[in-house]
Ligand binder design. Structure first.
Ligand code: PLP
Length: 358
């Protein structure tokens, strides 16, 4: 079998969730598992996050899958429902829904649900993506408060710059001023806000990326927050080439050997989710030793420098990212963030879950 594998570690998930709880001890945790749990597999990670108070997903199918798998926690739809039939299902499966625009308020006024639903009423505090403006927000809150299909309301916003130098002060002040007269619990913090701004913790926090052990703040290593990587993305060397001085490897011949160079051909390419943008020289671990990639990433293969790892050869283990090489390191070299790389692990990659607690 082709030796590529993504290993999901439940100990690391539990560790990161516990760290979120310790950091925001007064808050309930809404574990964000959208995008197939940031590429880790929804039902691969859900058992490792069983201690969470809630799950947040995007699609109603993900929400129903979780319910049908037996999860009793709050399950929230981050963009709410897209039509009336989804709203009925939200009632049936006791889902919580975001309401971010007038059309969704009207949907709730147009039917009778089998069971009332919890609503997270979203305010736009500067992202200008989803949410009511502070001007329209109080009226929407009034309408939902009077609606028999709504069991309870949580106020909510999402920060544009929780991971940036400027922080959240302006957005949070706007949110607090607008919700002052409305006495509902609130939910505002993503991972970056949870880790950086205790004043944002409120009733519910919404950590995503930190649960998977990658950093929410570019340039600040996940390890510095005490997070542990959940995914280890590995493969093996499947062939070895020896380049003479002046010879090159891979498409475009972008790397040429300045000295005789042993090259490991690794069974992982951009069709597996390794970024083609990763330049020659991106860190990679072979046989537990840190080395670097050489040349361009191909669809199914990439190249590792074995010059300083003479004992490495065909069958040697390669870590693309995980314990030795942070996904954030590969992301930074490739001009992106860990989020994107984790989400992009391809369907053809097999997954294995390890759970030491049984
Ligand atoms: C994705 C998302 C989160 C989680 O963000 P992280 O940066 O991964 O912690 C929280 N809230 C909302 C509304 C989101 O869309």
């Amino acid at each position: 079998m082709r030796p590529i594998l993504a290993t999901i570690n439940h100990d690391a998930l539990r560790h990161n969730l516990a760290l979120a709880k310790r950091t925001a001890p007064q808050s309930k945790i809404m574990a964000v598992v959208k995008a197939n749990a940031y590429g880790h597999g929804l039902l691969n990670v859900a058992p490792g996050l069983n201690a969470t108070d809630g799950f947040a997903v995007l699609g109603i199918n993900e929400a129903i899958n979780l319910r049908q798998a037996g999860y009793q926690q709050t399950i929230k739809l981050l963009e709410g429902v897209f039509d009336i039939s989804e709203l009925s299902l939200a009632g049936e499966y006791s889902l919580s829904i975001v309401v971010h625009q007038q059309e969704q308020v009207e949907m709730l006024e147009s039917i009778q649900l089998s069971r009332p639903v919890e609503v997270f009423l979203k305010m736009n505090t500067g992202m200008n993506r989803l949410g009511f403006t502070p001007r329209d927000y109080p009226v929407a809150a009034q309408k939902l408060d009077a609606n028999k299909n709504v069991s309870n309301i949580v106020t909510m916003t999402h920060f544009a710059t929780a991971d940036e130098e400027v922080g959240i002060n302006e957005a949070l002040t706007l949110f607090d001023n607008t919700t002052q007269a409305i006495n509902y619990p609130a939910s505002v913090a993503n991972s970056a806000a949870l880790l950086r701004y205790p004043q944002s913790h409120r009733a519910w926090v919404r950590p995503g990326i930190m649960l998977y052990g990658a950093t929410p703040v570019s340039g600040q290593p996940a390890q510095s927050f005490g997070l542990k990587p959940v995914m280890q993305f590995t493969s093996q060397v499947i062939a070895v080439q020896t380049l003479q001085v002046g010879q090159s490897v891979g498409y475009g011949q972008t790397f040429s050997a300045q000295k005789p160079t042993r090259v490991g051909i690794v069974a992982c390419g951009y069709a597996d989710g390794y970024p083609r943008h990763a330049p020659s020289g991106t860190p990679i671990a072979v046989n537990g030793q840190i080395s670097r990639t050489l040349g361009r990433v191909s669809m199914d293969m990439l190249f590792a420098d074995l010059s300083d790892i003479p004992q490495a050869g065909v069958g040697s283990t390669v870590e693309l990212w995980g314990k030795q090489i942070s996904v954030d390191t590969v992301a930074e070299a490739s001009g992106t963030v860990g989020y994107e790389l984790l989400c992009a692990v391809a369907p053809r990659v097999p997954f294995k879950v390890i759970n030491h607690h049984g």
